[in-house]
Design a protein around this ligand. Structure first.
Ligand SMILES: [Zn+2]
Length: 340
């Protein structure tokens, strides 16, 4: 079977590997059909010093496929069922796992495609407890965006920032995979959405997704624009993932008691914050990473009801690196899908 492996920083190689053994007890075998790309893949591809991993590594952190075979005691799955997979090897038994807070697992065995072998291969065996059925009517290319992109946004906006109908949210990088999802999910509950984009061509696209106000952060200081748009009050929630370039400006956009939720630092990981401002303004800063199995089910349910991911580009497996280059270029509007 084919597998796409990272053999060195920025070097991918498509190799032939032996197909996995038949699935063991509690396992299913999944035939991968679509892999969605995320910034996580880019970190792995560039080679991040903090990532403990062994090369070669099968890439791909977010995917959808079909059940190929079912092991003993693996539940109600049957061959041909469309599924997505949780992308981290959680233990399933610690307190966090038992309470459904999967992304806080105390014994996590690594993120697939980043620390351990990922999904960019024809077949793999997975614990059935980490495999989630895709509802009827949802295409696999869309479902492939549920395990990381959609569920991360679901977890950030609703579990962590507790965004409510009628509130205002600032979504950074509205053209990114998670930015596009955040605009659509926030609008779907009746929030007002202000978003930032890096070029004018993306302004109309963001408006078409439902964004109420779009700021080109290259031509306009977004802090000032947000204060103006909110009558100097500020927003209830900031959806952060840009990091160093925007973090302090994001805090200035919050109203008193506002919530900033962050899941990324694409422009750099380090910043300083004014602690006086933090406590006087009673800000809440919430770190968010990954999501729970429940968030993936919620994401798929949203897709089934018509809230679909924005797809920027679809490429073949051989063009995985081209997809990563496009992601890195910041030219994207939405998700990049790699088909098998
Ligand atoms: Zn656990």
């Amino acid at each position: 079977m084919r597998a796409l492996t990272l053999i060195a920083d920025r070097k991918l190689e498509l190799v032939e590997l032996a197909a996995p053994a038949p699935p063991g007890p509690g396992e299913v075998q999944v035939r991968i059909k679509a892999v969605a790309l995320n910034h996580l893949d880019l970190w792995g591809y560039r080679g991040m010093a903090f990532a403990k991993r062994k090369l070669p590594l099968v890439v791909g952190a977010e995917a959808a496929g079909e059940i190929a075979a079912v092991g003993p005691g693996a539940g109600a799955f049957k061959p041909g069922d469309p599924v997505v997979m949780y992308g981290a090897l959680t233990c399933g038994t610690c307190k966090a796992c038992r309470e459904g807070r999967d992304n806080l697992c105390e014994n996590v065995g690594g993120i697939m495609g980043f620390h351990v072998d990922g999904f960019a291969r024809d077949l793999l065996n997975m614990p059935a407890r980490l495999v989630i059925p895709v509802p009827a009517g949802v295409a696999l290319r869309d479902a492939a965006c549920a395990p990381i992109a959609f569920s991360t946004v679901q977890h950030m906006l609703f579990d962590n920032a507790k965004l409510e109908p009628g509130e205002t949210v600032l979504v950074h990088a509205g053209g990114s995979g998670i930015g596009t999802a955040a605009i659509k999910m926030a609008k779907a509950i009746g929030a007002t959405v202000i978003t930032t984009v890096g070029d004018d061509a993306k302004t109309e696209k963001a408006k078409a997704l439902g964004a109420d106000h779009v700021i080109n952060y290259r031509t306009d200081r977004f802090e000032g624009a947000v204060r103006k748009l909110t009558g100097r009050k500020g927003v209830d929630v900031v959806f952060e993932h840009v990091g160093a370039e925007t973090f302090n400006g994001s805090l200035l956009c919050l109203k008193r008691g506002g919530r900033l939720v962050t899941c990324g630092a694409t422009s750099g990981p380090t910043t300083t914050i004014n602690l006086m401002q933090l406590f006087q303004q009673q800000y809440r800063i919430i770190g968010s990473f990954g999501a729970s199995l429940r968030n993936i089910r919620e994401s798929l349910a949203k897709m089934a009801s018509g809230l679909l991911p924005v797809i920027d580009t679809e490429v073949a497996l051989a063009d995985f690196a081209r997809g990563l280059d496009r992601l890195e270029s910041r030219q994207v509007f939405g998700k990049i899908i790699v088909h098998f």
